[in-house]
Design a binder for this molecule. Sequence first.
Ligand SMILES: Cc1cc2nc3c(=O)[nH]c(=O)nc-3n(C[C@H](O)[C@H](O)[C@H](O)COP(=O)(O)OP(=O)(O)OC[C@H]3O[C@@H](n4cnc5c(N)ncnc54)[C@H](O)[C@@H]3O)c2cc1C
Length: 277
Amino acid sequence: MGFEILVPENEDELISLMEEGDYQFLAGGTDLFVKIKKDLINPERIIDLTKAIDGPKFQVEQNEVKIKATTTHAELAESSLINKEFPVLASSAGAVGATQLRNMGTIGGNICNASPSADTLIALYLLNADVDLVSSDGRRSLSIKDFITGPGETELASGEYVESITVPKLSGKFRHFFKKVGRRNALDISVCSMGFILKATKEAIEEIRLAYGAVAPTVIRPGAVEDFLQGKTIDKETISRAQRLLKEEISPINDIRGSAEYRETVALRTLEQIRQN
Ligand SMILES: Cc1cc2nc3c(=O)[nH]c(=O)nc-3n(C[C@H](O)[C@H](O)[C@H](O)COP(=O)(O)OP(=O)(O)OC[C@H]3O[C@@H](n4cnc5c(N)ncnc54)[C@H](O)[C@@H]3O)c2cc1C
């Protein structure tokens, strides 16, 4: 069956089109058109968000940066602002697919697709980002952790869209790290991904946040590992105790990209990066 693509020019037009009935949103189309081609969905109306979500892609406030949902991965990876404030977000966006995909795919689409292996989610979980939602009832924000409820599942209500993502600025100097392990490295969806931001002196860890992708139904922050690492000296013994705790917090599965055992091995090994950074 065919479909029509509607391109509202502003928020009011977008909301009235949503109220007219069934639709699918289109941002970059890199997930949407794959689903249509595979016959997983069969929409009659597609609403293109790229004009209605207008204004500058990045808005800097005193304590936070707002990123428009239609910002592409290439724009994130190349932004001097994002590279300065949130290097982990720039590197995770730079790791998405190939050049064409980064030029088309958006951060809003990556969030709403809610894949446990979505690259930018690692950074957004680490940075405690909020998802800003708009509907005819008004605006609301949810933390990324509360917005994503399962593989491909979110709290996005009917008649609602993601307008922006709000990322709180970090206070102090953090080291940022993102690593993705895929079958063909850069071009592929990850078999396991990991990121951390770390503030430490020579003596001890002051603050650490960790996030893992593709080892649980959603991206996770392994809280017991983070709690254990606070205040610890970064040595071999600390890392191996953290690895034992991490094993309890992940639940990798077998799929066509990799076995559960391989995913677990990769996840535990990536923790060693804390020592090497
Ligand atoms: C070959 C290939 C390789 C890929 N490699 C990677 C990879 O390495 N890493 C990775 O993370 N992803 C990868 N992806 C997945 C995809 O490219 C990303 O998830 C991308 O960010 C999706 O963004 P989009 O703008 O194209 O979304 P779209 O396809 O336009 O939309 C995806 C979904 O989100 C909804 N949506 C989009 N924007 C909004 C919004 N603002 N509000 C509400 N709903 C919205 C749409 O309705 C749709 O259901 C790959 C995909 C392909 C086809």
